[in-house]
Design a binder for this molecule. Structure first.
Ligand code: DX5
Ligand code: ZN
Length: 226
């Protein structure tokens, strides 16, 4: 499980995306961020739901063996329900499924909770917030994509800040506390406005692992978020 929104809402949680790390030296890449990061974000892609492939359970279990940080598994795959138990067993702390990829969304979210993980639901930039309104009572995390998923290193889509603000207003009306995570193109130059709009979990791939000192990049993102 991830730490809850209520316990952490006065902090900005930085979630480096392992997709941008050096896979020839995964344990060393993790060691560089272990002290500075809050959560490790793990992007799973199947070449169907998104036009790219990344990795699956073996990398999640390798990360679980070389890090004490919570593992946040972002499933960019078709039929994510079929894979929930496998990722939970591999060591996921949270599992985030896309509303666009899941026909029985509420069932999937309940399966994630039953597997002992934090349930999260994700939306692509072009999908309206109304797509997840009915499942908000069943989630602990909402992920709003700020790029079209599939690749690290893309540019933040302008205008997403308004969507983030509207989402936070809706989440604040829910009885259950819910993290608002954002993902894609986030850097020191655009993080502040998005945190002010209500995001409290920031995924950053290239901004962290593209920096000569990834821990310093995380500290810089935290400073910029204030
Ligand atoms: C995009 C992934 C992101 C990506 C972020 O499909 O979901 O998590 O790794 O990378 P940056 O921060 O480089 O945009
Ligand atoms: Zn992601």
């Amino acid at each position: 499980m991830l730490p809850g929104y209520e316990e952490t809402k006065n902090q900005v949680l930085i979630c480096p995306s392992i997709l941008s790390a050096d896979f020839t030296a995964l344990a060393e890449s993790v060691a560089k961020i272990e002290q500075a990061a809050d959560i490790i974000h793990v992007d799973v892609m199947d070449g169907h739901y998104v036009p790219n492939m990344s990795f699956g359970m073996p990398i999640v279990s390798a990360l679980a063996r070389c890090s004490k940080l919570p593992l946040d598994v972002h499933l960019m795959i078709e039929n994510p329900i079929d894979w929930i138990d496998a990722f939970a067993k591999a060591g996921a702390d949270s599992i985030v499924i896309h509303a666009e990829a899941t026909i029985h969304l509420q069932r999937g979210l309940q399966m994630i909770r039953d597997a002992g993980c934090t349930p999260g639901v994700a939306l692509n930039p072009g999908t309206p917030l109304s797509a997840i309104e009915e499942v908000l009572p069943f989630v602990d995390l909402v992920l709003l994509m700020t790029v079209n998923p599939g690749y690290g290193g893309q540019d933040y889509i302008p205008g997403m800040t308004t969507k983030i603000r509207r989402m936070r207003e809706i989440l604040d009306q829910q009885k259950n506390p819910i993290h608002l995570q954002i993902d894609g193109g986030l850097k020191s130059g655009n993080i502040k406005e998005n945190v002010a709009a209500g995001a409290n979990m920031i995924v950053a791939g290239s901004a962290v692992f593209g920096h000569p000192d990834p821990a310093e990049a995380i500290r810089e993102l935290k400073r910029c978020a204030r």
